[in-house]
Design a protein around this ligand. Structure first.
Ligand SMILES: Cc1ncc(COP(=O)(O)O)c(C=O)c1O
Length: 265
C-alpha cells in the first residue's frame, strides 16, 4: 500500500504548470509552481512545519504547548495542520483586511483567532505584530513563531522549494519571480538557485504601500511608502530578517487592481 503517515508528509512536490493565456505575447516559457496543491493550500505549509520541528528540537516548543503567531492566514493554516498532528494549541493573530474565509477555516481546524486593525503602525500596541508578542508573553508554555525573523522559514525553502524547482526545470531556470512577504521563499529559493547557477535572476513582487522596493534600490526605509492595501500576503511595513536583499536582483511593484481584476481574454 502507498500512503502518507500523516497529512504533513503530503507537503511539497507541487506541480510546475505552463502558463499559456497570460503569457501569450511573451517569447518565453513561463511556469507556475502551484503551491495551492499543498494540504493547507499555500507555500506556507513548508515553512510552518519546519519552524515547528526546529523549535521542538531546540526546546522552545514543549509538549502540550501553545503556538502563537501573527499571520495573514496561510502560515496559520500550515501551523494548524502541524498543531493537530503533533498535539499543540494554536493562537493566530491576524488583521481585519484578510478574507473572512481564512478565519473561518482556521477556527474550523481548532485555532483561536484574534483580529487586529490593519491601519496602525507596526509599533502600535494594537498592531498584529505587537499583539502576537504580547499574547505569547501572557500565555503559559507558549512559543512565538515570528515567521518574519525566524531563520527556519528561509531554510525550509532552501531545503525543499529551491531543490524542487531546480530539478523540475532540469537546471534550465533563468528567472525566479515570487511574491515577498516575510521573504522566506525568495531568500531560501534564491540562495539555493544562485548557488547552483549565479546567473539566475531573482525577482521579488512587492505591493504599492510596502517598503521593500525603495529600500532595495536606495537603502532608505521610507515611511512615506507605507499605506494600507488590499492584496494579502505580500509587501510589508517592516524589514523582516528573512528578506535577504543581497540575493534579490529586482523588485516589481503591483497594485491591488493588478491582483484582483481578471484578464480579458
Ligand atoms: C499565499 C502566500 N504566498 C506567498 C507569501 C509570501 O511569501 P514569503 O512570506 O515567503 O515571502 C505569503 C505570505 O503570507 C502567502 O500567504
Amino acid at each position: 500500500m502507498k500512503y502518507a503517515s500523516t497529512i504533513l508528509d503530503t507537503i511539497g512536490n507541487t506541480p510546475l504548470v505552463k502558463l499559456n493565456t497570460i503569457t501569450k505575447d511573451i517569447d518565453a516559457l513561463v511556469l507556475a509552481k502551484v503551491e495551492s496543491f499543498n494540504p493547507g493550500n499555500s507555500v506556507k505549509d513548508r515553512m510552518a512545519v519546519k519552524m515547528i520541528e526546529d523549535a521542538e528540537a531546540s526546546g522552545l516548543l514543549k509538549t502540550g504547548g501553545t503556538i502563537v503567531e501573527g499571520t495573514s492566514g496561510n502560515t496559520g493554516m500550515g501551523l494548524a495542520l502541524a498543531a493537530i498532528v503533533k498535539g499543540y494549541k494554536l493562537i493566530c493573530i491576524s488583521t481585519d483586511k484578510q478574507s473572512k474565509e481564512k478565519f473561518d477555516l482556521l477556527r474550523a481546524v481548532g485555532a483561536e483567532v484574534i483580529i487586529c486593525p490593519t491601519d496602525v503602525a507596526a509599533e502600535d500596541p494594537k498592531s498584529y505584530y505587537s499583539t502576537a508578542a504580547r499574547v505569547a508573553k501572557e500565555t503559559p508554555n507558549s512559543w512565538h513563531v515570528n515567521q518574519y525573523d525566524n531563520p527556519s522559514n528561509a531554510i525550509a525553502h532552501y531545503e525543499s522549494t529551491g531543490p524542487e524547482i531546480w530539478e523540475q526545470t532540469d537546471g534550465k531556470i533563468t528567472h525566479f519571480v515570487v511574491g515577498v512577504g516575510t521573504g522566506g521563499t525568495i531568500s531560501g529559493v534564491g540562495k539555493f538557485l544562485k548557488e547552483k547557477n549565479p546567473n539566475i535572476k531573482i525577482w521579488g513582487i512587492d505591493t504599492y504601500g510596502s517598503v521593500f522596493k525603495k529600500y532595495h534600490e536606495t537603502g532608505i526605509f521610507d515611511t512615506n511608502e507605507i499605506y494600507p492595501y488590499v492584496t494579502e500576503g505580500i509587501g510589508e511595513d517592516i524589514l523582516p530578517k528573512n528578506v535577504d536583499f543581497s540575493i534579490i536582483d529586482h523588485f516589481e511593484k503591483v497594485t491591488d487592481k493588478d491582483a484582483a481584476v481578471l484578464l480579458e481574454s
